[in-house]
Ligand binder design. Structure first.
Ligand code: FAD
Length: 477
């Protein structure tokens, strides 16, 4: 269920093992959140990811799978990712020497002093880290939190950081702190190299090619991917799923299998169970929330806007959070070298002021920000723009989310032949690598192995860091 990278990976692995497999996908395309949109214009074809997707994982098996699928379309991209901060650029993820320089000596001294105070306080009377705010302050101190984390996090989540769970921070930046960053800046680690990744793999024709190529292999193996086929009911008897009802252009149909893998939103899965689960499980499904994303895709008569792979914009007056320039990832993303494009990301929720804006308003607002507030482009350089709306793009770890999530997972866990995988499929903030890892392990379980999918993305090292025996550029995985 679901033909994003997670579901496709399961079907890809099963297809290679010769197992008859059917993928059911509600949308008219594969790739889910990780697809690439192609737009024909008078200038030629532009391509846009839904927010730039880079491939990065510390898992060698997944790297091998990605290389096998993407094969001759593989590119290495240099990563330059920065925060645009009060007219200055600061490296992202935060590089401490650079961040302290950008804020000036007085604020830098204050940042170091209040971080020191936080550490001493935590030693004397340790306070539990519950919220996102607690977690950031614990790692970076109050000043750096307010300068570099608070505003952006509030844009992403639409809630104050003291209402969001600290789990997100620990999942994303475990092992990072002001102490380790300063230590690494002053005394470079010997023996083992600790490296912020500065290059990543990317398919030449856009990240969606990864999904397209898995889909080609699945169909090539004689298996079936049914598009425009939304799962509407999941029928259960005792502790087994016995079939699903799907809606198609020709009406409703029942599909049956021995084993089921779901990457559709976990909250939806709970709600479409037949017979319906208890009122408690349904209430738990309602208690879990998510954030939507809208991308504004601009096509520009300009060679380059910035050299960045991503640029983060924290300023509260600017409604978007981040943008990337697809050409900096692959030249194939624009029709010619005289042209470029931007993918500008707005985080929002159903019914809020951003979600309610029309396509024209969003494009005009984006151009105004880029021209008037940031000075990155001029109005005459814009040759076109359109929006993509991606609902439920970010599972939101709002404080208290753990209990309802555990209840739903417990309920689903009682069904022996149903596995949940992916990002919203497991309600975990998974990147593509984690999403396909769950897909891979679910397929292996069907093939007779025994893997605990809950252990995926539960490691305790910062995602951006790979501990390697040799420099990343030499090892390149
Ligand atoms: C802005 C943004 C930037 C990102 N950047 C990166 C990055 O740089 N690197 C990275 O690795 N990851 C990145 N990600 C994460 C990545 O997109 C996800 O991890 C990945 O797409 C999850 O794959 P999935 O298969 O679990 O889910 P999805 O891609 O969400 O696929 C789920 C599929 O299920 C289908 N579906 C839903 N309901 C039904 C139904 N009832 N019946 C049938 N089908 C249904 C959907 O249409 C969809 O195709 C980013 C995500 C976003 C939003």
């Amino acid at each position: 269920m679901g033909a994003g990278p997670g579901g496709l990976c399961s079907a890809y692995v099963l297809s290679k093992a010769g197992v008859p497999t059917t993928v059911l996908e509600k949308a008219p395309f594969v790739g889910g959140l990780a697809r690439t949109i192609r737009r024909q214009t008078d200038y030629g074809e532009f391509r846009f990811d839904i927010g730039g997707h880079r491939w990065f994982t510390k898992n060698d098996e997944l790297n091998a799978l990605f290389r096998e699928v993407v094969a001759d379309e593989l590119l290495w991209v240099n990563r330059i990712s920065r925060i645009y901060f009060d007219g200055k650029y600061v490296d992202y993820p935060l590089k401490i020497s650079n961040a302290l320089k950008a804020i000036g000596p007085v604020v830098a001294a204050k940042a170091m002093a209040d971080y020191g105070r936080t550490r001493v306080q935590q030693r004397i009377s340790p306070r539990a880290v519950e919220s996102m705010e607690d977690a950031y302050i614990d790692q970076f101190g109050p000043t750096l939190y307010r300068l570099f984390f608070q505003r952006y996090s509030e844009k992403v989540w639409g809630l104050p950081c003291d209402q969001m769970s600290g789990d997100w921070v620990s999942q994303r930046s475990k092992g990072m702190s002001l102490v380790t960053a300063v230590k690494d800046a002053v005394v470079p680690t010997k023996g083992k190299v600790v490296s912020l990744i500065d290059e990543f793999m990317y398919p030449r024709g856009g990240f969606g090619r990864f999904s397209d190529r898995m889909a080609d292999a699945i169909i090539g193996a004689g298996n079936d991917i049914r598009l425009n086929t939304g799962v509407e009911k999941v029928h259960r008897e005792g502790n087994r799923v016995v079939g699903v009802t799907v809606s198609t252009e020709d009406g409703s149909k029942r599909v049956e299998a021995d084993n089921y893998i779901s990457s559709i939103p976990l909250t939806l899965l709970a709600k479409i169970m037949d017979p319906a689960p208890s009122a408690e499980i349904l209430a738990a499904a309602d208690a879990l929330t998510f954030r939507n994303i809208i991308t504004v895709n601009l096509m520009l008569k300009k060679r380059q806007v910035t050299p960045d792979t991503w640029l983060y914009v924290h300023d509260r007056n600017i409604l978007f959070g981040r943008f990337h320039e697809p050409k900096n990832w692959s030249p194939v993303m624009v029709p010619s070298d005289d042209l470029t494009s931007l993918v500008v990301e707005y985080f929002c929720s159903f019914g809020d002021h951003i979600w309610s804006m029309s396509e024209e308003e969003l494009v005009a607002q984006t151009v105004r920000h880029l021209v008037d507030d940031l000075g990155f482009i001029t109005p005459d350089e814009v040759v076109g723009g359109f929006t993509i709306r991606a609902p439920r793009a970010y599972p939101a770890y709002v404080i208290g989310y753990e209990k309802p999530l555990a209840r739903i997972r417990e309920f689903i866990g009682e069904l022996d032949n149903l596995q949940i995988i992916g990002r919203y499929g497991t309600f975990r903030y998974n990147n593509t690598d984690h999403s396909i890892e769950t897909g891979l392990l679910a397929a292996k379980n069907i093939l007779g192995e025994s893997h605990d999918l809950d252990q995926v993305n539960a490691d305790d090292e910062y995602h951006e860091i790979k501990r390697v025996a040799e420099p990343v550029a030499a090892g390149r995985t």
